[in-house]
Unconditional design. Structure first.
Lengths: 264, 299
């Protein structure tokens, strides 16, 4: 019993072994003076910075603001992407009208629009919202569209033959059929969401983690810069875990998830 | 308790509650157990795909409650015929009526059982059976599942069932709405011999009990003769042969009359497979000479 418990604990800890070793090595090099604190501060220094900024409430404020921006952008861009994806997937006529245009726009790197966006919106919230929304729109749109188009035709026919139509047809056949693909889109979108936000915040902002990092750079606070990077990484990981959770919840019917279910 | 276990317990509890709620009122008697089957009439039906005729001037009738089997070579348009009857496709010309009403769209009274189960993989077995039903769906779906011998599997995902079990779920799904016309498109084709036999008996039992009109498409001549009141052979888009089967049930495999019919049907099928199949294709429908079937056979 005890042995198995330890085994399981061990298995859970295994992926963290390498990062922990690297951290210890990093700390050791910093202590030995091989790594200058201006180049790369020791992990302990980053932790201290986190503690100081955290206890003053500043860190939390920046994190909350960045998260709010990210989620707002995701909500706006994601909803529009979903709407267009479903519309074009279900209506060939709509696809003929809009898809080519959207495909063309997709090839413009959205970060290249930053100068234009600053001209349009200045540096206030709407500029960042616009950029993030634009960034998440395309992966969500493309994958939703693709997902709807590739719903098993046999099932579509079965649904019709068994009297499903309208909302019920959408809810029972199209949406779940397209869902795995939509989730893939969501995961891409989350990556782009943070990326866009970092760039937007470092260029034009007076709050948020990007601003915090840029500000720290001016005062040569390398520890705060590293802290900002670590926080971005953590938020990114959190978002990814959230989609994985969603995936497990919503795709429990999928054979590849049932294997897990049986094993536990 | 692990999270998985908790989730599934929660799920079971939710379903259980619905189950109780649905079950509390006495079993529904809204739908009568026996409804007369639908009469089907097909007149001069034609359908082509991309200029290639598949069905040509096809006409026949099915009496209410009759069990008709359709045989024919692969690609001769059997599935096409069923899809037209189910209202999934539109005919190019001709008239299809179910209970004297023209079929223009999907008919509520007809149910089509496909060549493959076509279960929604993201819905549990019970929800698959109850698809498109309202009201007391849970109870009815459960009853239908029981009638195909799958009680206890209602909360499984379709992926957890064997091929034969999935096809039985599909049968329950077709039966649950008590259709007046059952269209069966080779529902046993993918099953092993034993399961196949079981499914055939199951469908016959259901047909005897519910008295729907049944139209069964099959490759298997023995299956057609074993189940149907009448067998129709489709060839080059039209009816090549029509055989009435002596109506004795249950049918035994060793019945000499049935064996003779089987031979006749097989001979006719083989004749069209060999010989002049390619040349006379779509030029004219072969003239029927049921009596000299055997003489024309190249074997
Ligand atoms: N949607 C379609 N588009 C084009 N051609 C089609 C379509 N559906 C069927 N056909 C053609 O119509 C013919 C008849 O097809 P059908 O599926 O009805 O055959 P079948 O008799 O059911 O064959 P099987 O026994 O192999 O299932 C075939 O030649 C097929 O290629
Ligand atoms: Mg077919």
């Amino acid at each position: 019993m005890m042995g198995r418990w330890l085994d399981r604990r061990g298995a859970a800890l295994l992926p963290w072994l390498l990062p922990a070793a690297l951290l210890i090595l990093w700390e050791a090099f910093s202590l030995a003076g091989v790594l200058g604190s201006q180049v790369l501060p020791a992990p302990s220094a980053v932790l201290t910075a986190a503690w100081q900024l955290g206890s003053s409430g500043q860190l939390l404020r920046h994190v909350v603001i960045s998260t709010e921006r990210a989620l707002a952008g995701l909500l706006v861009g994601g909803s529009i992407g979903l709407a267009f994806g479903f519309l074009n997937g279900l209506s060939p006529a709509a696809a003929r009208v809009t898809d080519t245009t959207l495909q063309m726009l997709r090839n413009v790197p959205h970060l290249a629009l930053i100068p234009l966006v600053i001209l349009w919106f200045g540096i206030d919230e709407s500029a960042k919202l616009f950029l993030v929304a634009l960034g998440v729109f395309f992966p969500i749109y493309l994958n939703t569209y693709h997902g709807v188009r590739t719903v098993d035709n046999d099932l579509v026919e079965m649904g019709r033959a068994y009297g499903l139509n309208g909302w019920e047809f959408f809810r029972q056949v199209i949406l779940p059929g397209a869902f795995p693909s939509i989730l893939v889109g969501l995961r891409y979108a989350l990556g782009l969401m943070w990326l866009t936000l970092i760039v937007a915040e470092t260029i034009s902002s007076s709050s948020g983690i990007g601003y915090m990092t840029m500000n720290a750079r001016e005062f040569l606070q390398t520890d705060v810069v590293v802290l900002g990077i670590v926080i971005y990484a953590m938020l990114g990981k959190l978002a990814d875990s959230a989609t994985r959770w969603l995936e497990r919840r919503c795709l429990s019917w999928h054979p590849s998830f049932q294997v897990v279910r049986v094993a536990t | 308790m692990t999270q998985m276990a908790m989730e599934s317990a929660l799920f079971a509890a939710l379903y259980e509650r619905r189950n109780l709620r649905e079950r509390d009122p006495a079993p529904p008697s809204a739908r009568p157990a026996v409804r007369p089957g639908a009469a089907v009439s097909i007149v001069n039906l034609s359908k082509s795909f991309a200029g290639r005729p598949v069905l040509r001037d096809l006409s026949f009738e099915i009496a209410p409650g009759e069990f008709v089997a359709i045989v024919g070579r692969s690609g001769c348009g059997k599935s096409t015929l069923l899809r037209l009857l189910a209202g999934l496709n539109a005919a190019d010309a001709g008239d299809i009526r179910v209970d004297r009403r023209p079929v223009t769209n999907v008919v509520g009274e007809a149910r089509l059982m496909f060549q493959d189960p076509r279960l929604l993989p993201w819905r549990r077995v019970i929800a698959n059976v109850g698809i498109g039903l309202g009201g007391n769906w849970y109870y009815e779906a459960l009853t239908a599942l029981r009638s195909v011998g799958l009680d206890g599997r209602e909360h499984d995902w379709p992926a957890m069932l064997s091929g034969g079990q999935r096809q039985r779920v599909a049968l329950a799904r077709a039966l649950v709405s008590r259709p007046k016309l059952m269209l069966l498109d080779e529902p046993f084709a993918a099953l092993d011999a034993l399961t196949r036999l079981e499914m055939q008996q199951l469908i016959e039992a259901m047909w005897l009990r519910q008295r729907f009109t049944a139209l069964l498409v099959t490759h298997d001549v023995r299956e057609a003769i074993g189940l149907a009141d009448r067998v129709i052979l489709i060839e080059q888009g039209g009816i090549a042969l029509e055989l009435a089967v002596p109506n004795e049930r249950p049918r035994t495999r060793s019945n000499a009359k049935l064996a003779a019919l089987e031979t006749k049907l097989l001979d006719r099928l083989l004749e069209c497979a060999g010989g002049d199949g390619k040349v006379s294709r779509f030029t004219s429908l072969p003239v029927q000479h049921p009596s000299d079937d055997k003489d024309q056979s190249p074997w």
